[in-house]
Design a protein around this ligand. Structure first.
Ligand code: SAH
Length: 375
């Protein structure tokens, strides 16, 4: 659904309508101040949009007629639409979400016994080029706006509701396409709405941002957010991480780890979730496990080992099951809570690292890519 209304005055400069859906509490208050409205309207609007998912101002009966008219003229409410969707044999559902300008991203719903997790994209493509991730191979086109990010919850929850099977979104992971911290402002606004009691109202423990570890942005995140943090580590030393996760050359482990500890010290969380993809003969030896124990030392940590999901053209192969088990055992014996991620939705290319969407006009990675970090 997309309702764009604007004062169509040929002589006035064209002002892009505000994307109302993506405004968090402070953004909404700022916007209301701009149009001469009282801040308490912010709560009412967030409740209409995000709790009741009402997008028609005419239905927002506790707002004044004047405000409803201004909103009709000044804002747009843009809920992205699915171009198609697929359901895996294991119940995982993946949507290709159409955006303006012909791009598309993917959103994945992963049902489990006691929860339903929505995996949300933050960028069209990704500029970071981690060799084991097919999104990186797509190149980068652009950041998603805050309304395109939160909009994924809107259309997914409507689609789940329409199924009539009682499936709901209880958790969100920012683990879809893109590097969330390279789209800092929009991701912070959207995740603020996810944990806002007057918007989506999810617990901060149930909303997780996964990052490759852009160090300056990690420090800023501690000032603007308090959601759970997952870090794509994938290697226990710089030599190996430089190769697997190239941004490590810019932000090596000796800078990354203190930034993660800073996040724990400044938010109510008790541990960092480290993600570690198991690549055959690359990072999966017992010596690597020992190094990892040494590296993480006393940092409160939970380790999530990810079986590699292959895609066409990759030079990597997944570690054998037995080696993943041994690696996990070593970490557990050293006192780290360690889980092996269950691969979900692989038959619909909906598993980690398999999301490709539709990236048109991809830009030059060198210019847009690994060096572009929020100030
Ligand atoms: N850019 C962010 C979030 C997106 S990826 C990040 O890097 O954290 C979400 C997780 O899936 C990351 O841990 C990523 O490293 C992992 N991943 C990427 N490609 C994968 C693949 N082919 N197989 C398994 N996991 C993969």
């Amino acid at each position: 659904m997309s309702s764009t209304a604007g004062a169509d005055n040929a002589s006035a400069p064209r002002v892009d309508p505000v994307g109302l859906l993506g405004l968090d509490e402070s953004g909404m208050k700022e916007f209301l101040a701009d149009i001469g409205e009282k801040p308490f309207r912010s709560r009412q609007l967030r409740q209409w949009l995000h709790q009741r998912q009402v997008y028609d101002f005419a239905e927002m009966t506790d707002l004044s007629k004047g405000l409803r008219q201004t909103l009709t003229e000044r804002v747009r409410i843009n809920v992205p639409q699915a171009i198609f969707d697929k359901e895996s044999a294991d119940g995982t559902r993946k949507w290709l979400v159409g955006l303006e300008s012909g791009n598309a991203v993917e959103t994945v719903y992963i049902p489990e016994r006691d929860r339903g997790t929505l995996c949300v994209s933050s960028q069209v493509g990704c500029a970071l080029d981690c060799g084991f991730c097919s999104t990186g191979k797509q190149g980068f086109n652009r950041n998603l706006s805050a309304d395109e990010i939160i909009g994924q919850l809107h259309f997914a929850s409507a689609a789940l509701e329409a199924e009539g099977r009682g499936r709901r979104i209880t958790n969100v992971v920012m683990m879809g396409m893109g590097e969330p911290l390279a789209n800092f402002r929009n991701v912070v606004s959207a995740t603020n709405l996810m944990v806002d009691p007057y918007a989506w109202g999810l617990s901060r423990r149930r909303v997780t941002l996964s990052t490759v570890g852009l160090v300056p942005a990690l420090y800023r995140l501690a000032d603007h957010s308090n959601i759970s943090l997952a870090v794509s580590l994938h290697a226990p030393n710089d030599r190996l991480r430089d190769e697997i996760v190239p941004i490590n050359r810019k932000y090596p482990l000796r800078e990354l780890l203190p930034a993660c500890e800073h996040y724990l010290d400044n938010t109510p969380h008790h541990a960092i979730y480290w993600e570690y993809v198991m690549l055959d003969g690359v990072n999966d030896s017992l010596a690597n496990a020992r190094e990892l124990v040494e590296l993480l030392g006393n940092i409160p940590s939970k380790i999530n080992l990810i079986p590699f999901n292959p895609f066409p053209g990759t030079r990597y192969v997944g570690s054998p099951r037995e080696r993943i088990r041994r690696f996990a055992d070593h970490l557990q014996k050293a006192g780290f809570i360690t889980t092996i991620r269950r691969t979900r939705g692989q038959d619909i290319d909906g598993a980690c690292g398999q999301l490709v969407g539709q990236v048109i006009n991809r830009r030059n990675r060198g210019k847009q890519g690994a060096n572009r970090v929020p100030a």
